[in-house]
Design a protein around this ligand. Structure first.
Ligand SMILES: [Zn+2]
Length: 399
């Protein structure tokens, strides 16, 4: 079993010359994105585009029980063989390497079927096996499916590091019927992750030295995707949540699934990330937080902190109001973080300052600015919750 050299996009896209080369604009994307109710039943036909004969399906026990039979039947109709491998639940190096050992030389494509962690593990396993990856998200809870990067965690769930892979997914297939059957909290978490996209892309675009996740400059295309993503959420987010409660696939749900998955995925990867994700990734090192909250819920708070840091307090209140309406945390207290907890505040500030993409902000960020922004988010969020109520938040957290 051979493990490829770690891949860093900077080695390809960043200027390699003697300092006078210009950082190029870089945009990457999966080869095909397919979304609609029932598309899983045609997965075999879509896979004929990738030219494979033997597919490994990375999936949890629960996913296998619900989606396994239809996946097998569709692959079988195209004379493709499939082998299931059980996703254990964490995107850790340990889990990735054990699947690499199990599948080495046995398959010519890996299909990852599940939530964000399964999808990211699939990309890292396929990279080690040197085969294409096909992503089948069963939740619209995050923007992992379209990117060529995995967020790796320690087996305990604490954030470890980013791993980049050179190839974007060959196919991303989103069955909105499956997404609509998942609990509402997942769709809301995806909206929390997606809402950051436009604000983080704006920071990178405004800062002449801002770079995207690939170490290139953002394109106008990725900024436009981030912008339409935010507009789509503001317009259809509340209706999409109610569609999921009714297990109904309708136009608002289709729009929000595309925003959470495609627009946010392309938007963050090629548009760049900034403080919102720095705060979110730091939250995973606070005791009890990664076990209780989704990535998108932490990003929601991160987005509010970034907006307060930019002194856009009206926008902070507008976004907090949207979060309260769809059941996302609107202040730190709703993420179980007390502003009076000096240790937690210190960790959040230090972690965000250490986050490699905090320098994408169009101004220098220091500890006192971050501290002020954290307190402002608490104050604004509390007044928004007084105004909007916490019915949606309670429903999702208690559900
Ligand atoms: Zn994210």
């Amino acid at each position: 079993m051979q493990t490829p050299e770690p891949y860093q996009p900077a080695s390809i896209y960043a200027p390699q010359g003697d300092g006078d080369a210009v950082t190029p604009r870089v945009f990457i994307a999966p080869q095909r994105y397919i979304q609609g109710p029932g598309v899983l039943d045609s997965i075999g036909r879509y896979l004929t585009l990738v030219n494979v004969r033997r597919v490994a399906i990375l999936i949890s026990d629960r996913g296998r029980a619900s989606e396994g039979p239809r996946l097998l039947s569709s692959l079988d109709s195209e004379n493709m063989d499939a082998v299931f491998c059980r996703f254990g639940g964490e995107t850790s190096i340990e889990e990735i390497e054990s699947h690499q050992a199990e599948l080495d030389g046995r398959v010519d494509c890996l299909m990852a079927v599940g939530g964000g962690k399964c999808v990211d593990a699939g990309k890292s396993i396929a990279f080690r096996l040197g085969i294409p990856v096909v992503i089948v998200p069963t939740l619209a809870s995050n923007d992992a499916p379209c990117s060529a990067a995995s967020v790796l965690y320690l087996p305990s769930g604490v954030y470890s590091h980013f791993e980049f892979v050179p190839q974007s997914p060959a196919l991303v297939v989103v069955d909105t019927g499956v997404v609509a059957a998942a609990p509402e909290r997942y769709l809301a978490a995806g909206m929390g992750d997606a809402m950051a996209t436009w604000y983080e892309a704006q920071a990178c675009l405004k800062n002449p030295n801002g770079i995207n996740v690939l170490s290139g400059r953002p394109t106008l295309a990725s900024a436009a995707m981030g912008e339409i993503c935010a507009h789509t959420l503001f317009e259809h987010g509340v209706a999409a949540s109610s569609a999921v409660r009714d297990r109904n696939v309708d136009a608002p749900l289709e729009a929000v699934v595309e925003a959470n998955t495609l627009l946010s995925g392309l938007g963050f990867e090629s548009g760049g990330v900034a403080v919102a994700h720095g705060v979110a990734q730091t939250c995973t090192s606070l005791p009890g937080i990664p076990e209780r909250y989704h990535h998108g819920e932490m990003v929601a708070i991160g987005t509010l902190v970034q907006l307060a840091l930019e002194e856009r307090l009206d926008e902070t209140a507008k976004v907090a109001r949207f979060f309260a309406q769809v059941g996302l945390p609107a202040h730190l207290g709703q993420l179980s973080i007390g502003t009076g907890d000096a240790a937690a505040m210190g960790t959040l500030i230090e972690g965000t300052l250490d986050w490699p993409f905090t320098v994408n902000m169009p101004f220098d960020v220091d500890a006192s600015m971050l501290r002020r922004a954290l307190f402002e988010v608490q104050e604004i969020g509390e007044s928004v919750v007084t105004e909007v109520g916490d019915v949606a938040y309670r429903r999702l957290q208690d559900g």
